[in-house]
Design a protein around this ligand. Sequence first.
Ligand SMILES: CC(C)(COP(=O)(O)OP(=O)(O)OC[C@H]1O[C@@H](n2cnc3c(N)ncnc32)[C@H](O)[C@@H]1OP(=O)(O)O)[C@@H](O)C(=O)NCCC(=O)NCCS
Length: 342
Amino acid sequence: MSNAFISGTGFYVPPRVVSNHDLITKYRIETTNEWIVQRTGIEERRFADEGVGTADLALAASTMALERAGLVAKDLDLILFATLSPETAFPGSGVYLQRKLGLLDDSPKFVPAMDIRNQCSGFLYGLATAAAFVRSGAARHVLLVGAETHSAALNLSSGGKSVAALFGDGAGAVVVSATDEDRGIRGTWLGADGRFAETLSQPIWDITKRPFIPVNDQGVGQVAPDKLWAGMNGKVVFKHAVEKMILSVMQACWALQIEPKDIDLFLFHQANMRINQYVQGQLGLPDEKVPHNIQHYGNTTAATLPILLAEADQAGKLTKGKRVALVAFGSGFTWGSAIVDF
Ligand SMILES: CC(C)(COP(=O)(O)OP(=O)(O)OC[C@H]1O[C@@H](n2cnc3c(N)ncnc32)[C@H](O)[C@@H]1OP(=O)(O)O)[C@@H](O)C(=O)NCCC(=O)NCCS
């Protein structure tokens, strides 16, 4: 049985920077830079321009990951796409990315494309899936992307300030490949607790209703603001995030019979600097082992971990022999961790 290792990483964020100050001056949101920075650590985020979709962001990240893996798109056996902001209700973004990658040009390769809907832990659920495909021999090279275009679906007004200030757009990608070397994805530990399904959600429609979205006399669907925009009980999310992130790290360490000090780098989902600093403190981790980029990108949901991973790679922190922990928590609630040896 082969091991599954990360053979390439890539990321892309759209060029438009939206600072906390821009939220106040351009979007007229009643907030302050201090409020956002103190509670979340976020200073700015990136917003894609109209006309740019999630698969477009993913294409740029994927192209970089493929190049760094020394592969071309037609080497791929599977595409996994983690996002909560797909182009349309269906199909998912995976098939759009497949098309944009040129897989259907000239002599088409009908590479399967699967979408993963696990929000902030989507990348880790995807990594577990990619590793399983590679280890079983069902695939040699899997492209795993986490990408989000949040800016299109944020309530960018004072009414939405508690959620809108947190999120940004971006994409990260990895290629997971087979190797006979003794390295790679050592394990993934995933969890979910559906009792909190509504605590962080964007309900938009209700499939138990007929029709699923209220329709007016002219046949036009009308979604009430409390259903249209994402809603969150921030304090409940905060409490469960720290608990489950610490638990996930301890689960991984227990399973591999290692300690946090045996891990070189901890890549935490970038939802909130305070959550991550609390987890870091509880685990007794030194600052140099816990990089952040939330200051610049905000929460890019499924994209935070692969962006952080690609940045660490480009900074020369993922040299052979390095051991990395990836940890995430998010809507569902869902969470998880992974240990990867480079
Ligand atoms: C979102 C979060 C920063 C909010 O902090 P909080 O201290 O819980 O704040 P609350 O939501 O209780 O709101 C406190 C006050 O700040 C206000 N407020 C909310 N957002 C604001 C903003 N962007 N600017 C200024 N004031 C804001 C609220 O309206 C409220 O005012 P009130 O007391 O007059 O009603 C915090 O709960 C958090 O980080 N939770 C985790 C979120 C997360 O990580 N989500 C993603 C998980 S994947």
